[in-house]
Write a protein that binds this ligand. Structure first.
Ligand code: UD1
Ligand code: CA
Length: 420
């Protein structure tokens, strides 16, 4: 395979999103769209990945190199901006707003496009609205013209063969061909698609790979597909999902076999869940949650930056943030790891087989040793040594005959009267 540079077009205004976040930084299953695109292209081992960005953006942490497109004059102009950095004989050009792109589809483009000056990844969509429509030359798999939605006639809009916005070019060819692109169209832009006459049409193996995001609705739709792909892969690996449709797992999450994920569960990026866990329903495992084997995390439990040892149970209504929890620990309902003092986050350590009573507050930094116990309702601010019971709450006082001193409007008394 000859050397390929990749140019990611990421300088567009993203005005159809109607918000202020640069479009490529919108997240899909926990990762920025730009990161998804970079991951897919990196797998085909290009020489250099060059991102074209708008003047006030900085995508240098994603791509190998960046260039600034000063004015958003269209996709052809964006690519021209990148030419100064292109060295390889061939270029793949890809829009930054297609997070579902895969290395398989990119490889198909490279393989089928071999020998052509230009090739375009295409598919047929039931609802092609918004995409450039491809008009082939007769029945050949070659582009005669690509017509943008806004420039298309009513008849052309019925065409379902669409341009994905991913192209393979011989560098010398596209440098020349792009010179002829003009702005005589509905948007007064330099369309890269106007340089595609004669390009080889490469049908993608999975239409989903090609979906672009221009609107919030499309962002939600690709999120759904990305999550479905992630869940399918996890189930293939032996994870049980009671209801995949309500199970929200980010791209970078690892889950061991035999683990059961119950509905309404969210597991965020860089979490590693061990084998034979039971998670949920309605658990929220945030970034850097790491669990051992046979861990139970029940309903309305939130974890973050927490290592949780084998056989530990955290059953109900609990927040575990910035913590190291040992093995076979029991954490009672309503326990809060108090990790934040308004400025800094602090760590809590809980040793093996410790028993944390319900409604305990563990005020970090604090260490509960192995086999230590906290009494229910305690606010623990000092370390608890091994085998020790810590009680940190008011002692109970019982006031005899207090009932008679209760106000007459007492709800229970009224209730009794009404029912007499
Ligand atoms: C583009 C294609 C369309 C295709 C669709 C696939 C053109 C003219 N049209 O349309 O045929 O079906 O993608 O999703 O290319 N960009 C810049 N600088 C600019 C303008 C755009 O960097 O001046 C970037 C954007 O950030 C984006 C990409 O180019 O990543 C495409 O721009 P966008 O406005 O999203 O084009 P579409 O209307 O989706
Ligand atoms: Ca787009």
């Amino acid at each position: 395979m000859s050397e390929i540079d990749v140019v990611i077009l990421a300088a567009g205004k993203g005005s159809r999103m109607k918000d202020n976040l640069p479009k490529p930084l919108h997240k899909v299953a926990g990762l920025q769209m730009l990161e998804w695109v970079c991951r897919a292209v990196r797998k085909i081992e290009p020489k250099n990945i060059i991102a074209v960005q708008a003047p006030n953006e900085d995508f240098s942490s994603y791509a190998d190199e960046t260039v600034v497109q000063n004015e958003q004059l269209g996709s052809a102009n964006a690519l021209q901006t990148a030419f100064s950095k292109v060295q390889a004989e061939k270029i793949i050009v890809i829009n930054a707003d297609m997070p579902l792109m895969t290395d398989q589809s990119l490889m198909d483009l490279v393989d089928t496009g071999e020998g052509f000056d230009a090739a375009v990844l295409a598919t047929t969509l039931k609802t092609p609205f918004g995409y450039g429509r491809i008009i082939p030359i007769g029945d050949r798999e070659v582009v005669e013209q690509i017509v943008e939605e806004k420039d298309a006639t009513v008849e052309q809009r019925t065409i379902k063969l669409v341009n994905s916005g991913v192209y393979l070019f011989k560098t010398d060819y596209i440098k020349r061909a792009i010179e002829a692109v003009k702005t005589d169209n509905a948007q007064n832009e330099y369309y890269l698609t106007d340089a595609l006459a004669g390009a080889k049409i490469v049908q993608a193996r999975d239409w989903r790979d090609l979906l672009g995001v221009n609107t919030q609705q499309q962002l939600a739709a690709v999120n759904k597909i990305a999550r479905k792909r992630i869940n399918n892969q996890l189930m293939t690996n032996g994870v049980t999902m009671v209801d995949p449709a309500t199970t929200y797992i980010d791209a970078n999450v690892v889950i061991g076999t035999g683990t059961i994920i119950k509905p309404g569960t969210v597991i965020e990026h860089d979490s590693v869940i061990g084998a034979d866990n039971e998670i949920g329903p309605y658990a929220h495992l945030r970034e850097k949650t790491v669990t051992g084997i046979d861990v139970h995390i029940g309903n309305f439990v939130e974890t973050k930056n927490a290592r949780i040892g084998d056989h530990t149970h955290i059953g109900h209504l609990t927040y575990v943030g910035d913590a190291e929890v040992g093995q076979a620990v029991n954490i009672g309902a309503g326990t809060i790891f108090v990790n934040y003092d308004g400025k800094n986050k602090h760590m809590t350590q809980v040793g093996d087989r410790a028993f944390i009573g319900s409604n305990s507050k563990l005020v970090a930094p604090v260490t509960i040793a192995a086999e230590a116990i906290t009494a229910a309702g305690s606010t623990i601010t000092d370390d608890v040594p091994k085998h020790t019971l810590a009680i940190a709450r008011q002692r109970q006082t019982n006031k005899a005959d207090f009932w008679k001193r209760m106000p007459h409007e007492d709800f229970a008394l009224n209730y009794d009267k009404k029912n007499q």
